[in-house]
Design a protein around this ligand. Structure first.
Ligand code: NAD
Ligand code: UD1
Length: 335
């Protein structure tokens, strides 16, 4: 298939591009590099030995988007491009709604104009909100607690309405749990701007000495050791999930939703302990109060993805910790 990948230079998009190219698909990357760098394009080429078209394009630029769709025969789109920081979304909500909602609306309008009707969308476990009980199942009601989360809930609704109106359309929303890890080459990985919000990039920056210690947000949650429990999955497994979802859409029509996770919960302390053990590093821990808005436990029921698209994770928490560490070391060596 010829697959247009929005946000293909980002953390998850770049790994999905590698998987798509390795599975023999062709890709066209579109990214405005607002949270990534054009270097990533070279790294994808180095890893795969493949070449492809790529554009510095903002989804808000309807005209440029139209031109790109006019130039290529596109069979399907994977839509990663979006702003993704929860705290930032509470301070600049209109920027988040404009970028994520208007960007997706433009993409859908252009896809419809060019009769491209296959789409895989990056949704998030954040749509399970605070009122559901783990393990989360796709049929549960969705809600959000911050503007970032609402953009995911609203885009899912937009896509559901679009597929109801266009019988030929095939759309899959993938609800990612907590992707960590990096490509085994160490060339691509999670590279957030500024101080990271998420646990694994924070652990990596503490391990390499950029940050003095790891902040453990809360030790009084009703969990096995009092710290937050999440469903961490390797980004390479997540990338494969996109290939599986796309291949499923070759035969299917309609609207689909799948959780992508391992189905296993890991606490903050378990993750830090594993990182220390597999990488032979000792990290300084700073026990803090709970972070606003954090829930105790989040993990997926993944039966639906296993049964319908034939996807299952392969990598362990040890692999995730080893590969994340390799990436931050490679990145700092190349500076
Ligand atoms: P990322 O920031 O690394 O990648 C997103 C990419 O989209 C970046 O390269 C950015 O430059 C680009 N982009 C943003 N707005 C754009 C626009 N208007 N036009 C063109 N390009 C634009 O993020 P990621 O972690 O790879 O996440 C990818 C998607 O998955 C996002 O939609 C995110 O919300 C979703 N998601 C991520 C996680 C996670 O933990 N990383 C979890 C759940 C869902
Ligand atoms: C966050 C987002 C969520 C998004 C998900 C994946 C928030 C409130 N939620 O969720 O919308 O879908 O990332 O991108 O930001 N922790 C620490 N120290 C740190 C960082 C985190 O102890 O420095 C803890 C947190 O309290 C949590 C766990 O680590 O228990 C994981 O945190 P994080 O990586 O931010 O992911 P989520 O909270 O699941």
């Amino acid at each position: 298939m010829n697959v247009l990948v929005t946000g293909g230079a980002g953390f998850i998009g770049s790994h999905a591009c590698v998987s798509l190219l390795e599975e023999g698909h062709n890709i066209i990357i579109l990214d405005n590099y607002s949270n990534s760098s054009p270097e990533v394009i070279d790294h994808i080429k180095t890893i795969t030995g493949r070449t492809f078209s790529h554009y510095n394009c903002d989804l808000l630029d309807y005209t440029q988007l139209d031109t790109i769709f006019g130039k290529h025969e596109i069979d399907a789109v994977i839509h990663f491009a979006g702003l993704k920081s929860v705290p930032e979304s509470t301070t600049i909500p209109l920027t988040y709604y404009h970028n994520n909602l208007t960007g997706t609306l433009h993409l859908l309008q252009i896809m419809e104009k060019h009769k491209v009707r296959r789409l895989v969308f990056s949704s998030s476990a954040t749509v399970y909100g605070t009122n559901n009980v783990v393990p989360y199942e796709e049929s549960m009601p969705t809600s959000a607690t911050n503007p970032y989360g609402w953009t995911k809930v609203m885009i899912e609704q937009m896509l559901r309405d679009y597929t109801s109106a266009v019988p030929d359309a095939a759309v899959t929303c993938l609800r990612y749990f907590n992707p960590i890890g990096a490509h085994k080459s160490g060339l691509i990985g999670d590279n957030p701007n500024g101080i990271p919000n998420n646990l694994m990039p924070y652990v990596c920056q503490a391990a390499i000495g950029i940050l003095p210690s790891i902040k453990v947000y809360g030790t009084d949650f009703p969990t096995k050791d009092g710290t937050g429990v999440r469903d961490y999955l390797h980004v390479a497994d997540l990338a494969d999930g996109h290939v599986k979802a796309l291949e499923h859409l070759e035969k299917a029509k309609g609207f689909f939703v799948y959780n992508l996770g391992t189905g296993q919960g890991t606490s903050v302390l378990e993750l830090i302990d594993t990182f220390e053990r597999v990488n032979n590093i000792k990290l300084k821990r700073d026990i803090c109060g709970r972070r606003a808005g954090d829930i105790a436990t989040s993990f997926a029921n993944v039966n639906h993805a296993i049964e319908e698209i034939g996807w299952e994770t392969k990598y362990t928490l040890e692999d995730m910790c080893r590969d994340s560490w390799k990436f931050i070391q490679t990145k700092n060596k190349n500076k």
